[in-house]
Design a protein around this ligand. Structure first.
Ligand SMILES: Cc1cc2nc3c(=O)[nH]c(=O)nc-3n(C[C@H](O)[C@H](O)[C@H](O)COP(=O)(O)O)c2cc1C
Length: 237
Protein backbone atom coordinates (compact mmCIF):
# COMPACT_ATOMS: atom_id res chain seq x y z
CA UNK A 1 0.00 0.00 0.00
CA UNK A 2 1.45 3.36 -0.92
CA UNK A 3 0.97 6.51 1.17
CA UNK A 4 -1.84 7.80 -1.00
CA UNK A 5 -3.70 4.60 -0.05
CA UNK A 6 -3.63 5.41 3.68
CA UNK A 7 -6.44 8.04 3.68
CA UNK A 8 -8.56 5.73 1.49
CA UNK A 9 -7.91 2.90 3.94
CA UNK A 10 -9.03 5.12 6.85
CA UNK A 11 -12.17 6.02 4.92
CA UNK A 12 -12.95 2.34 4.34
CA UNK A 13 -12.29 1.53 8.01
CA UNK A 14 -14.74 4.29 8.95
CA UNK A 15 -17.47 2.86 6.70
CA UNK A 16 -16.79 -0.61 8.11
CA UNK A 17 -17.17 0.78 11.65
CA UNK A 18 -20.56 2.31 10.76
CA UNK A 19 -21.75 -1.02 9.33
CA UNK A 20 -20.57 -2.97 12.40
CA UNK A 21 -22.18 -0.45 14.79
CA UNK A 22 -25.46 -0.61 12.82
CA UNK A 23 -25.42 -4.41 13.09
CA UNK A 24 -24.72 -4.24 16.84
CA UNK A 25 -27.48 -1.67 17.38
CA UNK A 26 -29.94 -3.84 15.47
CA UNK A 27 -28.86 -6.90 17.47
CA UNK A 28 -29.23 -5.03 20.79
CA UNK A 29 -32.67 -3.78 19.76
CA UNK A 30 -33.67 -7.31 18.74
CA UNK A 31 -32.61 -8.65 22.15
CA UNK A 32 -34.44 -5.96 24.09
CA UNK A 33 -37.52 -5.35 21.94
CA UNK A 34 -37.99 -8.81 20.45
CA UNK A 35 -38.16 -7.45 16.91
CA UNK A 36 -36.80 -4.65 14.74
CA UNK A 37 -38.98 -4.16 11.67
CA UNK A 38 -38.91 -7.38 9.69
CA UNK A 39 -36.10 -8.77 11.89
CA UNK A 40 -37.87 -10.94 14.40
CA UNK A 41 -35.58 -13.96 14.90
CA UNK A 42 -31.90 -15.03 14.82
CA UNK A 43 -32.24 -16.21 11.23
CA UNK A 44 -33.24 -12.74 9.95
CA UNK A 45 -30.51 -11.11 12.03
CA UNK A 46 -27.92 -13.56 10.65
CA UNK A 47 -29.04 -12.68 7.11
CA UNK A 48 -28.37 -9.01 7.83
CA UNK A 49 -24.96 -9.78 9.34
CA UNK A 50 -23.95 -11.97 6.41
CA UNK A 51 -24.92 -9.27 3.91
CA UNK A 52 -22.99 -6.74 6.04
CA UNK A 53 -19.96 -8.99 6.10
CA UNK A 54 -19.98 -9.22 2.32
CA UNK A 55 -19.96 -5.40 2.33
CA UNK A 56 -17.19 -5.28 4.94
CA UNK A 57 -14.78 -7.48 3.00
CA UNK A 58 -13.83 -4.84 0.40
CA UNK A 59 -14.02 -2.14 3.09
CA UNK A 60 -11.63 -3.84 5.49
CA UNK A 61 -9.24 -5.30 2.96
CA UNK A 62 -5.76 -3.77 3.02
CA UNK A 63 -5.26 -3.11 -0.67
CA UNK A 64 -1.82 -3.54 -2.10
CA UNK A 65 -0.74 -5.75 0.76
CA UNK A 66 1.06 -8.95 -0.16
CA UNK A 67 -0.65 -12.19 0.86
CA UNK A 68 0.89 -13.53 4.03
CA UNK A 69 0.16 -14.79 7.53
CA UNK A 70 -2.31 -11.96 8.18
CA UNK A 71 -4.39 -12.53 5.05
CA UNK A 72 -4.49 -16.26 5.84
CA UNK A 73 -5.68 -15.46 9.37
CA UNK A 74 -8.36 -13.07 8.11
CA UNK A 75 -9.51 -15.71 5.65
CA UNK A 76 -9.81 -18.20 8.52
CA UNK A 77 -11.81 -15.78 10.71
CA UNK A 78 -14.02 -14.96 7.70
CA UNK A 79 -14.67 -18.66 7.15
CA UNK A 80 -15.62 -19.10 10.82
CA UNK A 81 -18.00 -16.13 10.56
CA UNK A 82 -19.55 -17.59 7.44
CA UNK A 83 -19.96 -20.94 9.21
CA UNK A 84 -21.63 -19.27 12.20
CA UNK A 85 -23.92 -17.31 9.88
CA UNK A 86 -24.99 -20.42 7.99
CA UNK A 87 -25.45 -22.30 11.27
CA UNK A 88 -27.73 -19.51 12.52
CA UNK A 89 -29.67 -19.47 9.26
CA UNK A 90 -30.21 -23.22 9.47
CA UNK A 91 -30.71 -23.65 13.22
CA UNK A 92 -32.23 -20.23 14.04
CA UNK A 93 -30.27 -20.33 17.33
CA UNK A 94 -29.54 -17.39 19.63
CA UNK A 95 -26.23 -18.92 20.71
CA UNK A 96 -24.74 -19.11 17.22
CA UNK A 97 -26.08 -15.60 16.53
CA UNK A 98 -24.29 -14.29 19.66
CA UNK A 99 -21.06 -15.96 18.50
CA UNK A 100 -21.55 -14.43 15.05
CA UNK A 101 -21.95 -10.94 16.53
CA UNK A 102 -18.85 -11.36 18.70
CA UNK A 103 -16.91 -12.64 15.68
CA UNK A 104 -18.03 -9.62 13.66
CA UNK A 105 -16.67 -7.21 16.28
CA UNK A 106 -13.43 -9.17 16.67
CA UNK A 107 -12.98 -9.14 12.89
CA UNK A 108 -13.41 -5.36 12.71
CA UNK A 109 -11.11 -4.67 15.68
CA UNK A 110 -8.36 -6.91 14.29
CA UNK A 111 -8.70 -5.40 10.84
CA UNK A 112 -8.57 -1.78 12.06
CA UNK A 113 -5.64 -2.54 14.38
CA UNK A 114 -3.76 -4.23 11.57
CA UNK A 115 -4.30 -1.28 9.24
CA UNK A 116 -3.02 1.10 11.93
CA UNK A 117 0.11 -0.97 12.50
CA UNK A 118 0.77 -1.78 8.84
CA UNK A 119 0.31 1.80 7.58
CA UNK A 120 3.65 2.97 6.20
CA UNK A 121 5.22 6.03 7.82
CA UNK A 122 4.90 9.37 6.09
CA UNK A 123 7.79 9.93 3.71
CA UNK A 124 10.66 11.96 5.09
CA UNK A 125 10.81 15.45 3.67
CA UNK A 126 13.27 15.73 0.87
CA UNK A 127 16.43 17.44 1.96
CA UNK A 128 19.49 18.66 0.23
CA UNK A 129 22.48 16.43 0.78
CA UNK A 130 25.65 18.51 0.84
CA UNK A 131 28.22 17.49 -1.68
CA UNK A 132 31.77 16.85 -0.65
CA UNK A 133 34.34 17.56 -3.32
CA UNK A 134 35.82 14.35 -4.62
CA UNK A 135 33.65 11.85 -2.71
CA UNK A 136 32.19 10.40 -5.89
CA UNK A 137 28.56 11.07 -4.87
CA UNK A 138 25.97 13.21 -6.62
CA UNK A 139 25.24 16.72 -5.50
CA UNK A 140 21.68 18.00 -5.52
CA UNK A 141 22.83 21.61 -6.01
CA UNK A 142 25.86 23.11 -7.64
CA UNK A 143 29.42 23.61 -6.49
CA UNK A 144 30.79 27.13 -6.59
CA UNK A 145 34.36 27.33 -7.87
CA UNK A 146 35.46 30.94 -7.40
CA UNK A 147 38.86 32.55 -7.65
CA UNK A 148 40.84 35.76 -7.33
CA UNK A 149 43.50 35.99 -10.03
CA UNK A 150 45.69 38.80 -11.23
CA UNK A 151 47.47 37.24 -14.23
CA UNK A 152 45.35 34.18 -15.00
CA UNK A 153 47.30 31.35 -13.35
CA UNK A 154 44.82 30.91 -10.49
CA UNK A 155 41.97 31.04 -12.98
CA UNK A 156 43.68 28.18 -14.84
CA UNK A 157 43.76 26.10 -11.65
CA UNK A 158 40.08 26.87 -11.06
CA UNK A 159 39.31 25.77 -14.63
CA UNK A 160 40.94 22.40 -14.02
CA UNK A 161 39.17 21.91 -10.70
CA UNK A 162 35.82 22.76 -12.30
CA UNK A 163 36.46 20.34 -15.15
CA UNK A 164 37.29 17.54 -12.70
CA UNK A 165 34.19 18.25 -10.61
CA UNK A 166 31.95 18.24 -13.68
CA UNK A 167 33.49 14.93 -14.75
CA UNK A 168 32.49 13.49 -11.36
CA UNK A 169 28.86 14.45 -11.96
CA UNK A 170 28.65 17.79 -10.17
CA UNK A 171 27.00 20.91 -11.49
CA UNK A 172 29.66 23.60 -11.27
CA UNK A 173 29.41 27.36 -11.29
CA UNK A 174 32.86 28.78 -11.95
CA UNK A 175 33.45 32.52 -11.75
CA UNK A 176 35.74 35.26 -10.39
CA UNK A 177 35.06 36.02 -6.73
CA UNK A 178 34.16 39.58 -7.66
CA UNK A 179 31.07 38.36 -9.53
CA UNK A 180 29.76 35.93 -6.89
CA UNK A 181 26.36 36.85 -5.49
CA UNK A 182 23.95 34.87 -3.31
CA UNK A 183 25.50 31.70 -1.85
CA UNK A 184 22.30 29.94 -0.79
CA UNK A 185 22.02 27.90 -3.99
CA UNK A 186 25.36 26.15 -3.60
CA UNK A 187 25.99 22.84 -1.89
CA UNK A 188 29.77 23.19 -1.64
CA UNK A 189 32.47 25.79 -2.21
CA UNK A 190 35.92 25.75 -3.75
CA UNK A 191 37.58 29.11 -3.19
CA UNK A 192 41.07 30.07 -4.35
CA UNK A 193 43.36 33.05 -4.65
CA UNK A 194 46.77 33.91 -5.93
CA UNK A 195 49.26 34.74 -3.18
CA UNK A 196 51.10 38.01 -3.41
CA UNK A 197 53.65 39.07 -0.81
CA UNK A 198 52.47 36.35 1.53
CA UNK A 199 48.79 37.12 1.33
CA UNK A 200 45.67 36.30 -0.63
CA UNK A 201 44.42 38.99 -2.95
CA UNK A 202 42.11 41.45 -1.14
CA UNK A 203 38.90 40.38 -3.01
CA UNK A 204 39.48 36.81 -1.76
CA UNK A 205 40.15 37.63 1.90
CA UNK A 206 37.22 40.08 1.94
CA UNK A 207 34.90 37.53 0.37
CA UNK A 208 35.78 34.83 2.91
CA UNK A 209 35.42 37.23 5.86
CA UNK A 210 32.12 38.59 4.57
CA UNK A 211 30.60 35.14 3.93
CA UNK A 212 32.21 33.23 6.78
CA UNK A 213 28.94 31.80 8.17
CA UNK A 214 27.57 30.67 4.79
CA UNK A 215 30.88 29.07 3.86
CA UNK A 216 31.16 27.29 7.20
CA UNK A 217 27.72 25.76 6.73
CA UNK A 218 28.79 23.76 3.64
CA UNK A 219 31.76 21.69 2.57
CA UNK A 220 34.54 24.16 1.78
CA UNK A 221 37.90 23.68 0.09
CA UNK A 222 40.39 26.56 -0.08
CA UNK A 223 43.42 26.71 -2.32
CA UNK A 224 46.25 29.15 -2.89
CA UNK A 225 48.21 29.74 -6.06
CA UNK A 226 51.86 30.65 -5.69
CA UNK A 227 55.06 28.68 -5.75
CA UNK A 228 56.33 29.53 -2.32
CA UNK A 229 55.22 30.05 1.22
CA UNK A 230 57.20 31.87 3.87
CA UNK A 231 59.10 28.70 4.79
CA UNK A 232 62.56 27.97 3.32
CA UNK A 233 62.92 26.15 -0.01
CA UNK A 234 63.14 22.37 0.24
CA UNK A 235 65.64 20.15 -1.62
CA UNK A 236 63.41 19.99 -4.73
CA UNK A 237 63.17 23.77 -4.90
C1 LIG B 1 55.04 40.67 -6.96
C2 LIG B 1 54.72 39.22 -6.73
C3 LIG B 1 54.64 38.73 -5.42
C4 LIG B 1 54.37 37.37 -5.18
N1 LIG B 1 54.30 36.90 -3.90
C5 LIG B 1 54.10 35.57 -3.70
C6 LIG B 1 54.06 35.04 -2.37
O1 LIG B 1 54.21 35.75 -1.41
N2 LIG B 1 53.85 33.70 -2.22
C7 LIG B 1 53.70 32.87 -3.30
O2 LIG B 1 53.54 31.67 -3.13
N3 LIG B 1 53.70 33.35 -4.56
C8 LIG B 1 53.92 34.67 -4.78
N4 LIG B 1 53.94 35.16 -6.06
C9 LIG B 1 53.68 34.26 -7.18
C10 LIG B 1 52.20 34.32 -7.61
O3 LIG B 1 51.37 34.16 -6.51
C11 LIG B 1 51.94 33.23 -8.61
O4 LIG B 1 52.65 33.50 -9.80
C12 LIG B 1 50.49 33.07 -8.90
O5 LIG B 1 50.28 31.84 -9.57
C13 LIG B 1 49.93 34.16 -9.76
O6 LIG B 1 48.55 33.96 -9.90
P1 LIG B 1 47.64 34.85 -10.82
O7 LIG B 1 48.19 34.76 -12.22
O8 LIG B 1 46.31 34.18 -10.74
O9 LIG B 1 47.63 36.21 -10.28
C14 LIG B 1 54.19 36.50 -6.30
C15 LIG B 1 54.27 37.01 -7.60
C16 LIG B 1 54.54 38.36 -7.81
C17 LIG B 1 54.64 38.88 -9.23
Amino acid sequence: MNNRGVPAQRWRDGVALVVVLADLATYAALLHLGSVGFIKDPRAMASIVLISTVLLCPMSAAYGQKPGLWTSFVGLVGAVLLGLGIATLVGDGWGTLAALMIGLVVMWVLSAAHHAVAAPPAPARERTVPATAGDGGHATGSVLVAYASRHGFTQGIADRLATALRASGRTVDERPLASVGDLSGYDAFVIGSAAYVGQWLPPATEFVRRNRDALAARPLWLFSSGPLGTEAKDAQG
